[in-house]
Design a protein around this ligand. Structure first.
Ligand SMILES: C[S@@+](CC[C@H](N)C(=O)[O-])C[C@H]1O[C@@H](n2cnc3c(N)ncnc32)[C@H](O)[C@@H]1O
Length: 337
């Protein structure tokens, strides 16, 4: 990979296990047999299609970066200088790798365009903002181009999600729900909990009109979906209010709305709220059931170091000793301080 950053940050990144522990690299999961194929998707350019059954949580792809750019350069360098640096970084890669990058979509006609502008467009259309590692002293994101993950198209109700692992330097894409052969594999490029108009406005900033099923729906169906999104967005904050007016029934409604909308990437949150609601109302079996579902759907998305995942593990282990146990029976509910 090519990395554009300061010497100090490059030293930090080079000290990560992926570079410092070469034996560890041998255990990286990139060698998983692909369960997808690349093909032309009508109205969306190239995309990926499942060729096998894929289970919720299953790893679909683990991709290492081609080009990682410290996002501070967007403030520090004029556009032309930045693009020339990005081009030099691409030219540092092995030839086959360079060719793979130059084949990614620039989304515009590049006839007669200088190479640095083409590289700039390819980077803009295809890169991900990687959040820095917790130990990285620089808190600015890393604008990162991956050779294969860039082929995932967007869907406002995606069936896969990504998470960057700094230890292995891989961007891991996992299934959000069970997927059957023939389905397109998709990620979301924007917040799915926005109204259709707001999602489409944001995607236009990426330079395309979204052709996903939800965006192609009739006006009346789109209005129903927007209504559910509005209901989710008004219910959600009630679970973190102090004191909270939330109840187990409200948590069940929130879960149901997520299921109806196919919001599989965030469903771990209502499961978490439901677990806490049932626990605070003294129902251990429902609390444990939902805590397990929160873990099942949350781990692939937020990882095992996330505070809610730690809470849910604790709740599953000893429900009657969890801080939330029966608190609303004894006193007003305080959920998530
Ligand atoms: C990161 S690339 C995805 C792969 C791309 N289709 C290709 O041919 O390499 C993003 C581009 O794919 C297209 N695209 C992705 N999702 C789309 C969608 N839901 N509707 C229409 N076009 C989409 C747009 O041209 C967008 O600029």
């Amino acid at each position: 990979m090519s990395l554009i950053t300061t010497v100090a940050r490059a030293k930090f990144i080079a000290s990560q296990p992926a570079f410092a522990n070469l034996d560890g690299i041998k255990t990286l999961p990139q060698t998983i047999p692909p369960n997808y194929k690349m093909k032309e998707i009508p109205g969306k350019g190239i995309g990926l299609e499942a060729t096998h059954d894929i289970k919720q949580g299953q790893l679909i792809m683990a991709d290492t970066p081609s080009l990682m750019v410290d996002s501070r350069i967007f403030k520090w360098l004029p556009a032309k200088e930045r693009r020339l640096l990005q081009t030099a970084a691409v030219e540092h890669l092995p030839e086959a790798h360079q060719a793979a990058i130059m084949q990614l979509t620039p989304h515009v006609d590049t006839t007669g365009m200088p190479k640095d502008e083409i590289v700039g467009k390819i980077a803009l259309v295809n890169s991900f903002d990687v959040i820095p590692d917790l130990l990285d002293p620089v808190r600015e994101e890393l604008f990162t181009l991956f050779p294969n993950i860039s082929r995932f198209n967007h869907d406002c109700r995606p069936n896969a999600a990504y998470r960057f692992n700094h230890e292995t330097m891989t961007h891991n894409v996992r299934a959000l729900r069970d997927i059957v052969p023939g389905e397109e594999l998709t990620l979301t490029y924007t917040n799915p909990s926005l109204s259709r108009k707001d999602r489409q406005d944001r995607l236009r900033l990426w330079g395309f009109e979204c052709a996903c099923d939800l965006c192609m729906q009739e006006e009346s169906q789109a209005a129903e979906s927007d209504g559910r999104i509005a209901q989710i967005n008004s219910l959600m904050p009630k679970f973190t209010q102090i004191p909270s007016p939330a109840t187990p029934a409200m948590a069940e409604i929130l879960i149901d709305l997520h299921r109806q909308e196919g919001l599989w990437e965030t469903i771990w949150l209502p499961y978490t709220y439901a677990a806490l609601q049932y626990s605070s109302n003294g129902d251990a079996s429902m609390a444990v059931k939902y805590a397990q579902m929160a873990i099942q759907h949350g781990l692939p998305i937020v990882g095992n170091r996330h505070e809610y995942m730690i809470e849910m593990e604790t709740l599953v282990e000893s429900p009657l000793e969890h801080w939330s146990w029966s608190i609303s029976v004894k006193q007003p509910i305080v959920v998530w301080t």
